[in-house]
Design a protein around this ligand. Structure first.
Ligand code: ZN
Length: 53
């Protein structure tokens, strides 16, 4: 179990691979696995549609 850098909630992270994106079950943030050992989760850059201005 890893913890979400956004909300601090527990994120199930068994058998994950580096670069994998895990959604946080608590806040819904997308977390990228930056490192497996030790397990490091980082908020994935949000990709948003560019609707123009
Ligand atoms: Zn979270």
């Amino acid at each position: 179990m890893a913890s979400c850098p956004e909300c601090g909630g527990g994120v199930p992270a068994a058998n994950v691979e580096r670069g994998e994106i895990l959604p946080c079950p608590d806040c819904g943030a997308e977390l990228e696995v930056r490192s497996v050992e030790p397990l490091v989760l980082e908020l994935a850059p949000e990709i948003q549609e560019d609707w123009g201005e």
